[in-house]
Design a protein around this ligand. Structure first.
Ligand SMILES: *Cc1c(COP(=O)(O)O)cnc(C)c1O
Length: 394
């Protein structure tokens, strides 16, 4: 039975390899951190979402141990049967408080949060108005509704307004955007988006996966950064990036909306509860971030330092303030070459090219972390200078 499909898959995979889009996974031989071991060699890591250095933070590990001992390994149940511990309720309350929203609901991943956030609210006579560069999980979540889809050009407010005009007759409308777009590190224009949401009576959902914990002066994310904290209706976010990086996600927002998600959101109703060890450690993360802004402040200083350093070396970086620093090489080959040679220098970065980014926009995407110290950043800058000159890109 398999013969026909096997032949097809083999050819297809071969095609991926010859066209350079086959993804190889590098195997780490160490915990996640500023320094990781790859192929027996220690390298400086500049490509993880470990923005605050919490993936292997001693306080987070200790909290995980405690939760494991006290609450067990797994719950073997969905939330509404017997999968809710006090720990899960605490985490939901803490997260809602941290983001200054009414309530929160936990999911196994932000992918699931996004998969389950549209269908309960939007039927076929409603509309979703989405940024063209939204994350795959938002795109998939929107596919699961029968609502009409309106896609506006990335960050184009005129186009957003025209889509809002086109959809005037829809019953409910929801504008949907990433808070931070992961390939460019650019932040959604929330002040303008909120103004349009008000003007056209639309709801607003922001996926703040690349922001929660560190963007904004106290790490509350893009609504804080943009000064629109009380104007966003729903935030979805992940625990898999800055908040310890294990797994898990959440939808945070207005009370009735969260109440309805508990009744109707399919990835919540039909998928296992978050592991207690993740819930316990994430509570510790939120406590830590509520006590002090030290880590996000260090991340901000590191980001500024690295961006400035790269600019003065003559690299063409996308302007911005986010720790995602895209370094444009335009063509795929030099980007790949730069990344490969940097790894030889002990600097781990990744090159992205078409189809992950538009043609002619190939780049290295550096991600800065609070786990980096100044000498780490200097080492990276030196390596970029050396290899950049060798390859003639600066
Ligand atoms: C990483 C990411 C997700 C997925 O989060 P997981 O918890 O890993 O499923 C969703 N949305 C955005 C914008 C992301 O960057």
């Amino acid at each position: 039975m398999y013969t026909k499909l096997k032949k097809f898959l083999t050819l297809e995979l071969q095609h991926f390899k010859t066209s350079g889009i086959y993804k190889e996974e590098r195997v780490l031989q160490s915990p996640q951190g500023a320094r990781i071991i790859v192929k027996g060699k220690e390298v400086l890591n500049f490509c993880s979402n470990n923005y605050l250095g919490l993936s292997s933070h001693p306080k987070v590990i200790a909290a995980a141990h405690q939760a494991l001992d006290k609450w067990g390994f797994g719950l073997s149940s969905v939330r509404f049967i017997c999968g809710t511990q006090e720990l899960h309720k605490q985490l939901e309350k803490k997260l809602a408080q941290f983001l200054r929203m009414d309530d929160a609901i936990l999911y196994a991943a932000c992918f699931d949060a996004n998969g389950g956030v549209f269908e309960p609210f939007l039927s076929e006579d409603c509309g979703v108005i989405a940024d063209a560069l939204n994350h795959a999980s938002l795109i998939d979540g929107i596919r699961l509704t029968k609502a009409k889809r309106y896609i506006y050009q990335h960050a184009d407010m005129d186009d957003l307004e025209s889509k809002l005009k086109d959809s005037q007759s829809d019953m409910f409308r929801m504008i949907v955007t990433d808070g931070v777009f992961s390939m460019d590190g650019d932040i959604a224009k929330l002040p303008e988006i909120c103004a349009l949401a008000d003007k056209y009576d639309a709801l607003l959902l922001v996926d703040d996966s690349h922001a929660t914990g560190f963007v904004g002066s106290t790490g509350r994310g893009t609504p804080e950064y943009c000064g629109v904290e009380d104007r966003v209706d729903i935030i979805t976010t992940t625990f898999g990036k800055a908040l310890g990086g294990a797994t898990g996600g959440a939808t945070v927002g207005r009370q009735e909306m969260i109440d309805m998600l508990r009744q109707r959101s399919r990835p919540y109703l039909f998928s296992n509860t978050l592991a207690p060890v993740v819930a316990g450690a994430t509570i510790a993360v939120l406590d830590l971030l509520s006590e002090t802004t030290e880590l996000r402040d260090k991340l901000e200083r590191n980001t500024l330092y690295f961006r400035k350093g790269m600019k003065s070396l003559g690299f063409n970086i996308k302007p911005g303030t986010h720790p995602i620093v895209p370094i444009l090489l335009y063509e795929a080959k030099p980007a790949l070459k730069l990344a490969t040679q940097l790894l030889n220098e002990g600097i781990y970065v990744v090159a992205f090219s078409y189809p992950v980014v538009p043609r002619g926009q190939a780049r290295i995407r550096v991600q800065i972390s609070a786990a980096h110290d100044r000498p780490d950043l200097d080492r990276a800058l030196e390596a970029f200078a050396k290899i950049g000159k060798e390859l003639g890109v600066i």
